[in-house]
Design a protein around this ligand. Sequence first.
Ligand SMILES: Cc1cc2nc3c(=O)[nH]c(=O)nc-3n(C[C@H](O)[C@H](O)[C@H](O)COP(=O)(O)OP(=O)(O)OC[C@H]3O[C@@H](n4cnc5c(N)ncnc54)[C@H](O)[C@@H]3O)c2cc1C
Length: 261
Amino acid sequence: MSLRIVVCVKYVPDATGDRHFADDLTVDRDDVDGLLSELDEYAVEQALQIADEADDAEITVLTVGPEDAKDALRKALSMGADKAVHVEDDDLHGTDVIGTSLVLAKAVEKTGYDLVICGMASTDGTMGVLPALLAERLGVPQVTLLSEVSVADGVVKGRRDGDTASEQLEASLPAVVSVTDQSGEARYPSFKGIMAAKKKPVESLDLGDLDLEADEVGLEGAWTAVDSAAQRPARTAGTIVKDEGEGGKQLAEFLASQKFI
Ligand SMILES: Cc1cc2nc3c(=O)[nH]c(=O)nc-3n(C[C@H](O)[C@H](O)[C@H](O)COP(=O)(O)OP(=O)(O)OC[C@H]3O[C@@H](n4cnc5c(N)ncnc54)[C@H](O)[C@@H]3O)c2cc1C
């Protein structure tokens, strides 16, 4: 039977662009360019390698995000994933990580899965907690932060590297794993892959399709709230230390005043 892999990929604001908060203190996602979170490219890469090793496998990439999040799905499809699922609904506005894990769990269950692969953290929220929440909601084992991962005989195995030791971990499928940026460079989409991605199916789901009510997600359903947010102050001109014999001393005093030394 085919190994069903679902890869959770997030569409994130481009960190090189200007980012700001909307009036309701949520991140303004409409007014900024976005892209597939770079850390999720590693998750797609590992899915492709696992699928290559399996006799028969199908990779679905899944995102919860606004209309433009389709760009992230297309990138993952152009890398080689087979199909995509996009959960999009106006009522998702303001959904926190608890709500996002609920929506993803429902979508993963609807899609059908043996293995869910996530990135280690998104490059915007960077909580790194979603894979654990997702596993809990699905009621399956989680093996997180893997720098090496493989699947054989209904078992997922991996290596988690810590500061003092490397652990070899395994779990029976179905399971949720997350992979780190040490798991292996993600491939670039080939021209053929980009062309093929245009024809791959992208299923759109809304909250109703997932039997979810609006008040279970969005700002209303969020367990967390942002009380205030302020734009980072503009950079000021640097301090120039001119060496007229006392330069070293002045430099040391400056570094000490900034608590660098
Ligand atoms: C339209 C929209 C509006 C939002 N508004 C808010 C808000 O106002 N306040 C708030 O707290 N949060 C909001 N969120 C949710 C937030 O952006 C995160 O998706 C969520 O909180 C997960 O946290 P994280 O990014 O830190 O996940 P992490 O735990 O760092 O992510 C780990 C991994 O989980 C997977 N993952 C995470 N998010 C998604 C996703 N959306 N789709 C698919 N896979 C994913 C990826 O594989 C990722 O590498 C919003 C999300 C969307 C799409």
